[in-house]
Every structure is written in structure tokens, then in C-alpha cells.
Design a protein around this ligand. Structure first.
Ligand code: SAJ
Length: 436
């Protein structure tokens, strides 16, 4: 049996909540989006969006103009609540559930009998049960699933988002979903909600397994990227081109090595493994080491730039890209941003920063006299060191002549093809410079 949902509320209108709200609204369901940021609420109600994600602007505008979606600061009653708020970690790598707690406390007063609450935020194992406890503490008049063997008044489930930034709208619809209920009935009700827009399979489990599934997916990717990053360090020592090596090894039918880069960023892969590690600190050795390898990579890039700058009288470093990966505007936990901040603090020379996806430099770089925000062409013509930090499409078409005579530190392997044709460009800074 499928349950009907005519009115759904999405709590947290960020990179996951907003696309989810817009997709559900476009299926004809009334959606109220709740966010604590008044500027975001105003902007959305005008049909404009505050994040960059291909196709999202059109979808949100359509949903606002059709009257199916509106944003508000204050929660209202709904048949289902989807909570998609941040779950960062604290300085000691322990998970910070303050936003989930605040979201739970904000919806508790408007919960009615029969409501479904789904947590989508990436969360340590046990968070959904904790959310149930926060809700029940605020609403002692209602029966929650962890309190009864019978039918509760409110149903609670966990369903992690798994969409890839840049491909969110397609993946929201096409990806399979793992739905973990506090009870099997909670999971079934949640599945009815996802069936409104998900074409992938909705697989049911319990909430703790679903929480661990999400963490496992991102920890798996982190460990695999760490392997590629470690290979890049080993290859530099051995004088082997890591990109050629990986391309050759990947010809094996059971080998699929990911790409090395300047480090791992974003709000997911660099964060989520810590939720596993902190729950089993004496056991999760491999995941901890992977985190350390990936976190060490930005420092390695800074060392390469430092070595190159030592050879220059007036180092002018073009830093191409600030976002945490290609073709997005998201600077959260971005290794590229951390590298540029580190270079700026070291006062190595002039930094010419290019980031086609943002309008202004982030605050940490904005008023520094040695940092300027420029276009790609200006950066390439002015710089004597070029550091490619993000493989944005805009950077792919650089002409070999534009790199002539410059030291090029290509952390993404974007210009590998130019290295052979452009003997004037040093594509990796030789180790001898570091040794001085
Ligand atoms: N990266 C590399 N080499 C690679 C792949 C990625 O250095 O071969 C870097 C990227 O440049 C970036 C970071 O890793 O800095 C993370 O990028 P990503 O594309 O691997 O992942 P995210 O953070 O954009 O999205 C991930 C996805 N998870 C998995 O692929 C297992 C996505 O499906 C999740 O929904 C998302 O995390 C999330 O929200 O948890």
C-alpha cells in the first residue's frame, strides 16, 4: 500500500534540501521549505536561487511560479518533514549534531498525528534514534516509534542523500535510495514519499544500517582517493608520471584507480569518515590513515609552489580554481582554497586567483594586498608560476603557448597532453628545488 502526501516540508534549503524540495514540488505536491536564513528565504520566494547547480534555477523558478513551492522561516504542519541540515564535525573530529537538534526542536510543535519525519543529513550511527528522542521530549503528548510495539503517532526514518554535486537533479531521480526506518512501518511510509520522485530502487532497512551505509560509501571513496594521492607522492619520488601509470594500470579489468589531486574537499568525503572513526577509534585504522594522506596533500602542493617561487625574483603565482571540485561554486572544505590561503600567509609573492564560479573572493582572501581576483587570460599572461588546483572546463582549453616559459604545477593532470608538446613548460617542479 502506498501512502499519499499532499503537503511536504523540507527543513534546510541548501545543496540537498533545495533540489529535493524543487523536485517534489514539480511532481505536483505542495512543498514548504524552511530555512533559518532570511535572505535565502526571500530570494527563493522571488524564484531566484542562492547556489549553483545545473538546471536548479529553472526548476525552482517553475515551482515558485506554479505556487507549489514557497520558503519560510517558520515551520508549519505537513504530512512529511524531510530534514536536510548540515552535520559538521567539531575541532576534535566529533560529530556536531546541533543543527539536527535545532531542526527537530523547530518542527516538534507543528507535528500532528500520522506525520512522517525523515532525516537525510549524513549522520553518525544512532542519530535518527537521537532525533526521535529530541522530538518525543518536546512532544510528550505523541507516541513515537521507539516507544511502542504498536502503531506510533509519528513515523521516523533515515534516508541519506547520495547525489553528486553538479549532477544533483539527475541523480536525485535516478539513484537507488536506502531507507532505514526506526520500525519497518516507518521505512514503508518513507518509501511512499520517495516514490513520488525516485525512479531508482528504494531499498528498506533499519535506521542504524542506513546511517552506516551512507558513511561507508563516502569512506570507501576517501580511501580510494587516498590510494591515488599516495601513488602520486610515490611516483614523484620515483620520477614516474602518475597519470600515465594510472591509465596503464586501469587497463586491468579489475583495477579502477581514482585521480590524485590537491586534496579531498567538500562537506562529505572529507568529513564523513570521521563519523566512523570516532565511533570505533581503535579499529578504523585504514580510514584514519586515508584521511591523513588526503589531508596532507594540500601541504605537498604548497611545498611545490614554495620551491618554484624560490627560483624567481618576483614570483607571480596564477592559482586556477578555488572550489572543492570542477564546475561548481562550492568552496566548503576546499583544498584549493586552503592552498591559496596558505600561500597568501607565507607571502611567497603575488597571487593571481581565478575562480569563474564565484563573483567575489572569499573573505579570507578578499582584502589581502598580495592577492588579486582576475580572469584566466590575465592570470596566464602575468604569472610566472601557474598552479592548476581545480579542473574546471574553462581551464581545459589553455593553449600550449600560454604556459611557455612558466613553471606549471598541474595538480589535476588537466594539461598532461600539453607537457609533451610544450618543452618550455615545467610541468612538475623538480625535487632539487625542494632540497635547497
Ligand atoms: N576527488 C579526487 N579524486 C577523485 C575523485 C574526487 O581528488 O578521483 C576529490 C574531489 O576533487 C573533491 C573530493 O574528492 O575535492 C570529493 O569529490 P567527489 O566528487 O568524490 O564527491 P562529492 O563530495 O562531490 O560527493 C560525494 C559523493 N559520494 C560518493 O561518490 C561515494 C556523492 O554521491 C554524495 O552524495 C556526496 O559525497 C555527499 O553528499 O555525501
Amino acid at each position: 500500500m502506498e501512502y499519499q502526501f499532499d503537503r511536504v516540508s523540507v527543513i534546510g534549503l541548501g545543496y540537498i534540501g533545495l533540489p529535493t524540495a524543487a523536485v517534489i514540488a514539480n511532481r505536483g505536491v505542495d512543498v514548504i521549505g524552511i530555512d533559518v536564513n532570511a535572505a535565502v528565504v526571500d530570494q527563493l520566494n522571488k524564484g531566484d536561487i542562492h547556489i549553483v547547480e545545473p538546471g536548479l534555477d529553472v526548476l525552482v523558478r517553475g515551482a515558485v511560479h506554479s505556487g507549489k513551492f514557497r520558503a519560510s522561516l517558520t515551520p508549519e504542519p505537513a504530512q512529511a518533514f524531510l530534514v536536510a541540515v548540515p552535520t559538521p564535525f567539531k575541532d576534535d573530529y566529533q560529530p556536531d549534531l546541533a543543527y539536527v537538534e535545532a531542526a527537530a526542536k523547530s518542527i516538534a510543535p507543528v507535528l500532528r498525528k500520522g506525520a512522517l519525519v525523515i532525516l537525510e543529513s549524513t549522520s553518525p550511527v544512532g542519530t535518527t534514534l537521537e532525533m526521535a528522542a529530541w522530538l518525543s521530549a518536546a512532544r510528550p503528548d505523541l507516541v513515537f516509534p521507539h516507544q511502542t510495539d504498536g502503531t506510533p503517532d509519528v513515523f521516523i526514518a533515515y534516508c541519506p542523500e547520495r547525489v553528486l554535486p553538479g549532477q544533483v537533479l539527475r541523480e536525485l531521480v535516478e539513484n537507488d535510495r536506502v531507507i532505514g526506518g526506526i520500525t519497518p512501518e516507518c521505512a514503508k511510509r518513507a518509501r511512499s514519499l520517495y516514490k513520488i520522485f525516485v525512479q531508482g530502487e528504494c531499498v528498506l532497512t533499519d535506521s542504524r544500517t542506513a546511517e552506516m551505509t551512507k558513511l561507508t560509501e563516502n569512506a570507501f571513496r576517501d580511501v580510494n582517493i587516498a590510494f591515488a594521492n599516495e601513488l602520486s607522492l610515490v611516483c614523484e619520488k620515483l620520477g614516474i608520471d602518475v597519470w600515465e601509470l594510472i591509465a596503464l594500470a586501469n587497463r586491468h579489468p579489475r583495477v579502477n584507480i581514482l585521480k590524485p589531486g590537491p586534496g579531498v574537499g567538500g562537506h562529505c568525503i572529507a568529513v564523513d569518515p570521521w563519523f566512523i572513526i570516532s565511533s570505533a577509534p581503535d579499529t578504523a585504522h585504514l580510514m584514519r590513515t586515508a584521511r591523513q594522506v588526503n589531508d596532507g596533500k594540500p601541504g605537498w602542493v604548497v611545498d611545490r609552489v614554495r620551491a618554484a617561487a624560490m627560483d624567481m625574483k618576483h614570483p607571480r603565482v596564477a592559482c586556477l580554481g578555488l572550489s572543492f571540485k570542477a564546475n561548481i561554486d562550492d568552496l566548503r572544505e576546499s583544498p584549493a582554497l586552503h592552498i591559496v590561503e596558505d600561500l597568501a600567509q607565507r607571502g611567497l609573492g603575488e597571487l593571481l586567483v581565478v575562480e569563474p564560479h564565484v563573483d567575489v573572493l572569499p573573505r579570507s582572501l578578499r582584502d589581502l594586498p598580495q592577492v588579486s581576483f582576475v580572469g584566466l587570460q590575465e592570470a596566464l599572461s602575468e604569472a610566472n608560476i601557474v598552479v592548476c588546483l581545480v579542473d574546471h572546463d574553462q581551464f581545459k582549453d589553455v593553449e600550449p603557448a600560454q604556459l611557455d616559459g612558466k613553471v606549471v604545477i598541474d595538480t589535476r593532470g588537466l594539461w598532461r597532453h600539453l607537457a609533451a608538446s610544450q618543452p618550455g613548460a615545467t610541468v612538475m617542479v623538480p625535487d632539487r628545488a625542494l632540497a635547497r
